[in-house]
Design a protein around this ligand. Structure first.
Ligand SMILES: [Zn+2]
Length: 409
C-alpha cells in the first residue's frame, strides 16, 4: 500500500547484501512495551558495512515514514504514524557504527518518533520500506563536517506526520470560577524518558506523583488543575511554559526525579529560574533537564533566539519573587511531611527552560534520585505520593494567602 514500488531496486539490493551486511543486533526501548498495539515495531537492528551504518526497524505491518537529520547534537529523527513498540533489550547501551543510542516514544497524537543519536555528521544515502517481512531501512554514511548538508530530509512518497499540537491548549478560566489554577507539569514523556534506572523511568514516576497531587488539589475544591500532559507523550519545554500562560495559571509546578553519579546522593530540592545558577550542581541539572527537547528530536536553534527575549522579560521581578516565596513554602512543607531534602541549599536556582513563563510563578521540584536505592524505593511508593500531595496543597494554601494578604494591603 505504501509504495514499496517506489523502491524496487532496494528490494533486489537488500537480498544481495543481506547476508554479508551486518550482524544483526536486537535492541530496544526506553519505551512502552505496547505489544498489543498494531502496527508495531518489533525489532531494531544495526549493522556496519563499507563504512555505512544501517538502521533497520522491523514492523508488524507496512507503515509510511519521514526522516530528517538534526545537528547540535547530531541526530536522525524518524517520524512514523502512531504505533506500538515491542522490542526487547536495552537501546540506551547499544552503540554501533555512527549510532550512539536510540529512543522511541509518542511525539504527538498520531505520530510516533524514533530519535537516533549519532556520533557525528552523516548523510542518509539510502532509505526504503521493504516487504516480507515489513521493515524500514536507513543507511547512514559518515561525512566530514564540511560536507554535511543541514536538515537533509527524506520520506516515503512524501508522507509527513500529522501536524498540530498533541494536547489541546487548556481553556481559560471559566467565568465566576474563583478557584486558583495550578498547572502541574509531569516532566518528560513519550520519546524523552528523563532519568532511567533499570526499568524505572522518570517520566512514569513523576506522572504517578502528578496524578496524586492533582487528585488532592481537586478534592480540596480550592484549585483547578491543568496538566501539561495526561499521557505518555512528548511535550516541548516551551509549550509547557506556554500552557501555564495560556491557561492563566496562577502557579506552575514541574515535577522531576534525578540520577547522580554518586549513588549516595539523595533527597529532594526545589528550584526556581535564574540566569545564573546557584551552584554547579544546579547548573548541571538545568542542562540535563533542558536536554528534553534535544532528546525529543527538536531543532533548538529558533528556541535559543527566543530565549533571550523571554529572559529579558523575566526581569519581571514579581514573578521571580513569588516563585521564591512558593519554593520556600514548599520546602517548609516537605520538611513538615518528613520528605527527605538535600542537606543544604534546598532552594536553588538555574536556567531551566520549562520555568520561563514570564508571568506565572514557577518552580521545579526534583523529588529525589533514582540512582539511590532508598530514594528510588520511596519515589515509587504510594505513601510518598500522598505526602507530596499534602505538602503541595499546604504550600499552595500558604502561598495564596500570602498573595491575598499583599493585595489587601
Ligand atoms: Zn527531569
Amino acid at each position: 500500500m505504501f509504495g514499496i514500488m517506489a523502491y524496487p531496486k532496494y528490494l533486489i539490493l537488500i537480498r544481495f547484501v543481506a547476508a554479508a551486511f551486518f550482524v544483526a543486533v536486537t535492541f530496544s526501548s526506553f519505551a512502552d512495551i505496547a505489544a498489543a498495539k498494531d502496527p508495531a515495531v518489533t525489532g531494531v537492528r544495526l549493522g556496519v558495512n563499507d563504512g555505512k551504518t544501517r538502521v533497520v526497524l522491523d514492523l508488524t505491518k507496512a507503515v509510511p515514514y519521514s526522516a530528517f537529520l538534526l545537528e547540535n547534537p547530531y541526530r536522525l529523527v524518524i517520524d512514523l504514524p502512531e504505533l506500538g513498540w515491542s522490542v526487547d533489550g536495552d537501546a540506551a547501551d547499544e552503540k554501533r557504527g555512527v549510532v550512539e543510542g536510540m529512543r522511541y516514544g509518542l511525539f504527538r497524537a498520531g505520530n510516533s518518533r524514533v530519535v537516533v543519536d549519532l556520533k557525528g555528521p552523516v548523510r542518509i544515502v539510502r532509505h526504503a520500506a521493504l516487504a516480507k517481512p515489513d521493515r524500514l531501512m536507513f543507511d547512514l554514511l559518515p561525512v566530514p563536517k564540511s560536507k554535511y548538508k543541514k536538515g537533509q530530509a527524506v520520506a516515503l512518497n512524501n508522507w509527513s506526520p500529522p501536524t498540530g499540537k498533541a494536547i489541546p491548549m487548556p481553556r481559560v478560566k471559566p467565568e465566576g470560577d474563583a478557584r486558583r489554577v495550578v498547572v502541574i507539569d509531569p516532566g518528560h514523556g513519550g520519546v524523552d524518558p528523563g532519568a532511567v534506572r533499570g526499568k524505572t523511568y522518570e517520566k512514569r514516576v513523576v506522572m504517578a506523583v502528578a496524578q496524586e497531587v492533582r487528585r488532592q488539589l481537586e478534592a480540596s475544591k480550592r484549585y483547578r488543575v491543568i496538566m501539561t500532559r495526561n499521557r505518555d507523550i512528548f511535550v516541548e519545554l516551551r509549550d509547557r511554559a506556554k500552557m501555564a500562560q495560556d491557561s492563566e495559571g496562577d502557579i506552575f509546578i514541574s515535577l522531576h526525579a534525578d540520577t547522580h553519579p554518586k549513588s549516595k546522593v539523595r533527597g529532594a530540592s526545589v528550584y526556581t529560574l535564574s540566569e545564573k545558577a546557584s551552584d554547579r550542581e544546579a547548573a548541571r541539572l538545568a542542562k540535563k533537564e533542558n536536554k528534553g527537547d534535544i532528546i525529543g528530536g527538536l531543532d533548538l536553534t529558533p528556541y535559543s533566539k527566543e530565549t533571550g527575549d523571554i529572559l529579558r522579560e523575566l526581569t519581571v521581578r514579581r514573578t521571580m519573587e513569588e516563585s521564591s516565596v512558593f519554593a520556600n513554602m514548599l520546602i517548609a512543607q516537605f520538611g513538615k511531611k518528613k520528605i527527605r531534602m538535600q542537606p543544604y541549599k534546598t532552594h536553588r536556582f538555574a536556567g531551566f527552560a520549562v520555568l520561563k513563563a514570564p508571568d506565572v510563578p514557577s518552580v521545579l521540584v526534583e523529588m529525589g534520585y533514582l540512582s539511590n536505592k532508598t530514594d528510588k524505593k520511596i519515589l515509587l511508593s504510594k505513601n510518598f505520593r500522598k505526602k507530596v500531595g499534602r505538602a503541595v496543597l499546604a504550600a499552595l494554601d500558604g502561598f495564596f494567602k500570602h498573595i491575598d494578604d499583599l493585595a489587601a494591603r
